[in-house]
Design a protein around this ligand. Structure first.
Ligand code: GAP
Length: 490
């Protein structure tokens, strides 16, 4: 999709095709909440599956060619509220906002110049004569609820604003249950909730969204190496799924932007067509030992904090007189010697938004092509150029006409492919129209059964982007699709 986009037109396209609907639309909707339609749910699932497969089950080798150890978690959305006190979210997870006493609108103070006054939408809040804006004050973004039958301050709980804290508070459980050794990563995909003051740009800033987060625990002495590894890997991952490199901009945060505990953060930004500036798709942050220390102190479980790198000690122990690590610890080694083997791990956090990436994929894929047919008639083809791994439907199967044995062969092929891929059977209308319907929803391949198929067992396979057709054997169709769905190395 090129140039500045009319988001209303794009949202209508997403609604008409079944990618994304406004939540509770029949009641006028609810600002900042969205539903994924039949195609959208497949697209987002493919995105989450690709992330899980490429980051958790089969991550590429580490900076020194080593295997990467990754495991997953699925934590509850509501946790003990102490989690959010210790993490700093109760005290500090807020945006500055201003209220208008006239229209009762609430606006994010730093977004005011780009927002619309509710009484006079052609002006920004504060510019209309009747506006009465308050001073800016901090507004906590966490949604509150009460757990149990009693509604008072003792039952207050929060919907999680990020999935990351569930990982930190389970660090010791994962270590004990898996016997993983550093370095290793814990991944989680799940819903997060933020009461954003100004949700906007379609799903870009929503109040309910899904995150795909990794906390990668490592030895502090190696943490910069792992930070660089994740920063580069995460940017590359988007390109392997069809995002043009020129639309991806990694932005290293300046010293003044960094959280006090962070040794570096890179935002991977994407040139969303609704904005002149690139916007954050994912943050890759070096969080040091901040979170583990904060939870150990707040929970009193300080013994959970230290990591004893016995593996590293064992490698070095040939030169030592003691036989066990515990014995060695008791033998009064110096602070500096201990620090080499006993430390609080540092954490690298690649934190991506599943909905934001889904929006980027939709906008990147949307293409309008001017075509001229054999008679010189001009036409516009809308084609969603999804990477085949992400496409909601992988192949559509058509009998050319509904007679002469073609539907039987086509249905047999459809039933053979269905256990392996999300495929679609369509026998309605002219075949050209059927191709267009599939182009518009991004189906990479259309397979047509014609008169020759019945005689010689071959079919035509049409490529969505080039519109070229080839004849292949019926028996090769499954492999042909499978090959095109393999993760690409580049
Ligand atoms: N644990 C770190 C963390 O949550 P973040 O930068 O606040 O960091 C990470 O969020 C990612 O989550 C963002 O890069 C974005 O993709 C997604 N995200 C955050 N807020 C969002 C919102 N209101 N709507 C949609 N996605 C959001």
């Amino acid at each position: 999709m090129a140039g500045k986009t009319d988001m209303a037109k794009f949202a209508k396209f997403c609604k008409d095709t079944g990618f994304i609907f406004q939540s509770s639309e029949i009641y006028g909707g609810i600002n900042g909440f969205w539903d994924y339609g039949p195609l959208g749910v497949e697209l987002k699932k493919n995105i989450k599956d690709a992330w899980w497969q490429d980051m958790v089950r089969n991550p590429p080798p580490g900076p020194d060619g080593q295997e990467i150890r990754m495991v997953g978690l699925d934590c509850s959305i509501i946790m003990n509220p102490q989690v959010w006190v210790a993490s700093g979210h109760v005290g500090g997870f807020s945006d500055p906002m201003v209220d208008c006493k006239k229209c009762h609108g609430r606006f994010r103070a730093d977004h005011v110049p780009q927002l619309q006054c509710l009484l006079r939408p052609s002006k920004a809040p504060g510019q209309h004569d009747e506006c009465q804006l308050s001073d800016a004050r901090e507004f906590n973004l966490m949604f509150q609820t009460n757990v149990g039958a009693v509604v008072d301050s003792s039952s207050v709980a929060y919907l999680r604003p990020e999935t990351a804290q569930g990982i930190f508070v389970n660090y010791r459980n994962v270590l004990n249950s898996t016997r993983l050794k550093l370095p290793f990563g814990i991944a989680q995909i799940g819903k997060s909730f933020r009461n954003e003051v100004t949700p906007r740009n379609f799903t870009f800033r929503s109040r309910e969204f899904e995150q795909m987060e990794i906390e990668f625990f490592c030895n502090p002495s190696e943490s910069m190496k792992w930070y660089e590894y994740w920063r580069d890997l995460r940017k590359k991952w988007y390109s392997t799924l069809g995002i043009q490199s020129s639309n991806l901009i990694p932005r290293e945060q300046g010293k003044e932007e960094l959280a006090f505990y962070s040794l570096g953060t890179t935002d991977i930004e994407y040139m969303f067509p609704f904005s002149d500036e690139p916007q954050e798709l994912e943050g890759v942050a070096h969080r040091g030992s901040y979170d583990l220390e904060a939870h150990a102190k707040a929970s009193g479980k300080v013994d959970d904090l230290a990591y004893f790198d016995e593996e590293l000690w064992n490698n070095d122990s040939q030169t030592m007189s003691t036989r066990s690590f515990k014995e060695w610890l008791k033998s009064n080694p110096s602070e500096a010697e201990i620090a080499k083997y006993k430390f609080v791990p540092h954490v690298i956090e690649p934190s991506a938004g599943a909905d934001r990436f889904t929006l980027a994929v939709l906008m990147e894929a949307y293409t309008e092509e001017e075509l001229t047919d054999a008679k010189g008639q001009k036409d516009t083809r809308i084609v969603m150029k999804f990477h085949p791994r992400l496409a909601p439907i992988k192949a559509a199967i058509f009998p050319l006409v509904n007679k002469d044995g073609m539907p039987e062969v086509a249905l047999k092929l459809y039933r053979e492919l269905k256990p392996y891929f999300n495929v679609f059977y369509d026998d309605k209308g002219a075949v050209g129209r059927r191709y267009r319907r599939q182009d518009e929803i991004g189906t990479p391949f259309c397979i047509t059964i014609d008169g020759d198929s019945v005689k010689d067992g071959t079919v035509t396979i049409r490529d969505r982007d080039s519109m070229q057709q080839r004849r292949i054997a019926l028996g090769d169709v499954r492999n042909e699709i499978a090959n095109l769905l393999m993760p690409s190395a580049s």
